[in-house]
Design a protein. Structure first.
Length: 101
């Protein structure tokens, strides 16, 4: 099973996603597809993301059982820590981070 969340993508990309996946809430797609279809859909999303954002979560053989891929600009980014994926937050533009002190 895969999950794709998108914001600000063109209608033709949303149409391609709905051909293969269910849109369970606006711009959140879930379904079971082959790795080849998953990769083709993700390539289409990444190619047209522009100022939007997208997140792909799919199963893999690791401790957590899944992998997170991100396209576009986001404050959150996956961070690998000894094989465990954690989410790091980027500071907002114009604000100091806690590490700046």
């Amino acid at each position: 099973m895969i999950t794709i969340s998108v914001t600000a993508v063109p209608p033709h990309v949303r149409g391609a996603l709905t051909r293969w996946l269910l849109e369970v809430t606006p711009q959140l797609y879930v379904g079971t597809v082959s790795a080849k279809v998953r990769d083709e859909l993700w390539d289409a999303v990444r190619a047209s993301i522009a100022d939007g954002t997208a997140v792909l979560v799919h199963p893999t053989n690791n401790e957590q059982g899944f992998t997170i891929d991100i396209a576009g600009t986001r404050r959150r980014r996956p961070l690998d820590l000894d094989g465990l994926t954690l989410i790091a937050f980027e500071p907002e533009a114009g604000k100091e981070s806690i590490t700046d002190f």
